[in-house]
Design a protein around this ligand. Structure first.
Ligand code: ADP
Ligand code: MG
Length: 331
């Protein structure tokens, strides 16, 4: 079983940033309002994620680290309209098979917390342990038992910057959640939560500011357009802020950060047709649509999606941005 989990880990766990992603997404699925992320040595030595979410009952801790046990999907129908971020029940067992892993938690209705250690895939026994409401996952010495994988990890700085980039991506979409990051014992970043229920996902100028800088925020055109059951909203950089590289392009589909060539092409084309050829637009764009019109289950890392009507979506994005940009030029 450990071997199967390690093989799965080959797909799910590429580097510390992928561990952070899986654990933070679990915390979000559990309804966390605040997530603390402590890292050591770029996450290779330690990744500790603590959340204030729903928690896990003591007797369910072993289930959480066993393969294909997910609490998030009850039927095949659920797979169609997945709203949660994870649904394969693979992340924890995979991560635990290639690290020294500990899971600690307390549910709001439990008086006591409990902990479970997994050492390179060997699952220990559940033991009582004081813990505030919520969950802490500790991942130490990633790939300690898979030297071939460990060898491919990059310098501390590089691994840390992958983590930071992913967190920036997340922070833009989830301004309602507070994120605190520390590295090697020092606070390194704090994304303050703007936690009002009125907050619409992905609509925070303050976060935009924090994530992409003042200059972008000043030169960004606000876009918000609906049609054909689609909504595209967010910001696109105007000519005063254009870039030679494609490093500030954030696209979210139903709140999930994705890479999609077709949409990226539509954005770039609209930008080029109205404004500039040969420059890269910077953007933060959110596309919302009926989850049944998009398959998020293409790859375990879930950066890619497949649309039922890709052509229509491409054209919608193109026309929306083309129109918005043309208007600013005319005015
Ligand atoms: P998935 O997220 O695909 O269900 P995971 O392996 O990531 O699978 O997690 C397994 C299960 O452990 C989840 O379905 C959930 O029930 C539980 N779990 C994991 N992390 C947390 C957390 N931070 N808070 C509450 N429950 C969690
Ligand atoms: Mg998960």
């Amino acid at each position: 079983d450990t071997l199967i989990n390690q093989i799965a880990a080959g797909e799910v766990v590429e580097r510390p940033a992928s561990v952070v992603k899986e654990l933070v997404e679990n915390a979000l699925d559990a309804g966390a309002r605040r997530i603390d992320i402590d890292l050591e040595e770029g996450g290779v030595r330690l990744i500790r994620i603590r959340d204030d979410g729903a928690g896990i009952a003591a007797d369910e801790l072993p289930l959480a680290v066993s393969r294909h046990a997910t609490s998030k999907i009850a039927s095949l129908d659920d797979l169609e309209g997945v709203a949660t971020l994870g649904f394969r029940g693979e992340a924890l067992p995979s991560i635990a098979s290639v690290s020294r892993f500990a899971l600690m938690s307390r549910r709001i209705d439990s008086e006591h917390g409990a902990a479970l250690d997994v050492d390179g895939g060997r699952v220990g026994a559940v033991a009582p342990k004081p813990h505030p409401q919520g969950t802490t996952v500790e991942v130490r010495d990633l790939f300690f038992n898979v030297p071939a994988r460990r060898k491919f990890l990059k310098a501390e700085r590089t691994e840390l910057s992958h983590i930071e980039e992913w967190l920036r991506q997340l922070a833009l979409a989830r301004p309602d959640v507070e994120l605190r990051v520390s590295h090697n014992g020092k606070p390194s970043r704090r994304w303050k939560g703007e936690g009002s229920a009125l907050m619409e996902t992905g609509l925070s100028e303050a976060r935009l500011h924090e994530a992409l800088g003042e200059e972008f925020a000043r030169n960004a055109l606000r876009v918000d357009h609906e049609g054909a059951g689609l909504r595209l909203h967010g910001w696109i950089g105007q000519p005063a802020y254009n870039r030679a590289s494609a490093d500030q392009q954030y696209l979210y589909v139903n709140g999930r950060a994705v890479r999609d060539r077709s949409i990226a092409h539509a954005v770039k084309q609209a930008y080029a047709d109205v404004l500039f050829h040969g420059r890269q637009p910077a953007y933060v764009l959110f596309l919302e649509l009926d989850p049944r019109r998009v398959d998020v289950n293409v790859h375990p890392a879930k950066h890619e999606v497949r649309f039922r009507d890709a052509r229509l979506i491409h054209d919608f994005v193109y026309r929306t941005l083309q129109g918005a940009l043309a208007e600013t030029r005319a005015g």
